[in-house]
Write a protein that binds this ligand. Structure first.
Ligand code: HAM
Length: 417
């Protein structure tokens, strides 16, 4: 029996076994920058996503896991985190306090996409959202935090693509000029339909024959109003000051409709088709779209699976679970009773410790000690107990010393911490 299509299991040693450690590592820079932990429900009213993410997106039209509850309310498993976190912050009135409201989150998202390497129906994101200000210095901070997240886990081949999608002042005119450009092209029916829904999305089409036709398409960055241009210039200056390299990406199109002004994506070249390891941008109109007050915001989400695949592509180890320091091997019932207490004391002292459960003999227990990866074994036989000592084995050097029972914890702490 296996899990549903497009899902995977996180288990020790499995492809995404390091999920929890990677989530934590990716969010570490944001935590230091004052982004507080937030968690919104895994499902919300369907309308929240159709309004927030956008009726013209693939996410809303084709990919949502939607169901009715027993009272016939339409609910949807969240396809992304921004809309829910914003809804939660508005509900709690956080926007009436100190601004910006800085939040970080992590968890599963759900999209009924066609599964392939790096694309799943349940996948993990970490993300941040900074709400309440449209300060370009804040955009630079947000983008830099993602950059630092990748650098912090050792990735070197991540590229930052950056552009501006304009705002309500300049995008409508640009959209009109792009539409009239597209009207003059030979497009198939499906592409024509996409052009009507959202002409910008046509720019993202990967087919070379269409890309050739789009070579002279008007670009948003060339049509920005002064305010948007100044904003972009200030964001770029902020990134320069923070030492974050970026590439201008005038054709960057995101799969969600709420973006305006600063928009970005992180790509990794070792991943094949699913090269976007993260993405985000500014969404100053979103709060109103979901029934809230006008409230600017910017954020990103990083894909945990793709980050793990990128680490693998670069030949890097993922951050791991803490390795065991000490494995305690009791031989006989009185020794076992003592060993249980000893393991408790070691853990309380911050030492990662485990015990040979199952009353195995010396040989089997020592094999378990070796397999555990611990640096030290404490062997405790009934005779040791009578003598008031334990045998401390260094499992790497294969050396052994007798240590008084009441000094075992201190001795190991000195060696390990
Ligand atoms: P997104 O670009 O849709 O943005 O997703 C962010 C990242 O999630 C992607 O770059 C990718 O790494 C990962 N991802 C998306 N779909 C899948 C999938 N089916 N399987 C595996 N990984 C996937 C957002 O979700 C926005 N909420 C980001 C944001 C936050 N914008 C502003 N604030």
């Amino acid at each position: 029996m296996s899990g549903p299509k497009g899902t995977y299991d996180v288990l020790p040693g499995s492809e995404f076994g390091a999920t929890a450690a990677v989530r934590e590592a990716l969010l570490a820079p944001s935590r230091l920058a004052g982004y507080a932990y937030a968690e919104a429900p895994v499902f919300e009213a369907t309308e929240l996503f159709s309004r927030g993410v956008g009726e013209s997106t693939d996410v809303v039209t084709k990919e949502m896991f939607t169901f009715s509850d027993r009272a016939d309310r339409s609910l949807t498993l969240r396809p992304e985190g921004t809309v829910g976190v914003l809804r939660a912050a508005l509900d709690a009135g956080l926007h009436k306090g100190q601004l910006p409201v800085k939040l970080r989150y992590a968890g599963p998202m759900f999209r009924a996409e066609r599964p392939q390497a790096g694309r799943y129906r349940q996948f993990q994101q970490v993300g941040v959202e900074a709400l309440g200000l449209d300060d370009p210095a804040l955009d630079a901070e947000v983008v830099a935090l993602a950059w630092q997240a990748y650098a912090g886990i050792g990735l070197r081949k991540v590229r930052l693509l950056l552009t501006s999608l304009g705002d309500a002042a300049c995008r409508p005119a640009y959209r009109a000029s792009l539409t009239s450009f597209l009207d003059g092209l030979e497009l198939d029916e499906e592409t024509r339909r996409r052009a009507t829904l959202n002409p910008l999305r046509v720019l993202d089409d990967k087919r070379p024959e269409l890309q050739a036709q789009l070579a002279d398409a008007p670009l948003m960055v060339d049509a920005l109003c002064d305010a948007c241009r100044d904003h972009l210039t200030a964001v770029q200056a902020g990134l320069d000051a923070l030492g974050v390299p970026y590439e201008a990406a005038p054709r960057l199109v995101r799969g969600l409709d709420y973006y305006m002004r600063t928009t970005f994506e992180f790509v990794h070249d070792g991943l094949g088709a699913q090269s976007a390891v993260g993405g985000g941008g500014r969404y100053d109109g979103l709060a109103e779209l979901i029934g809230g007050p006008p409230l600017p915001g910017i954020g990103w989400a990083l894909g945990v699976e793709r980050t793990l695949l990128a680490l693998k592509a670069e030949g890097l180890d993922a951050p791991g679970e803490p390795t065991l320091d000490v494995f305690v091997v009791p031989l006989g019932a009185p020794a076992k009773a003592h060993a249980v207490g000893l393991v408790g004391q070691l853990r309380a002292a911050g030492v990662a410790a485990d015990l040979a459960y199952g009353d195995r003999g010396m040989k089997g227990a020592m094999k378990a000690a070796d397999r555990s990866g611990a640096a030290y074994a404490v062997v405790l036989g009934d005779r040791d107990l009578e003598a008031g000592e334990a045998q401390l084995k260094d499992l790497r050097e294969h050396a052994q010393v007798a240590v008084p029972l009441d000094a075992v914890v201190e001795t190991l702490k000195e060696k390990l911490l």
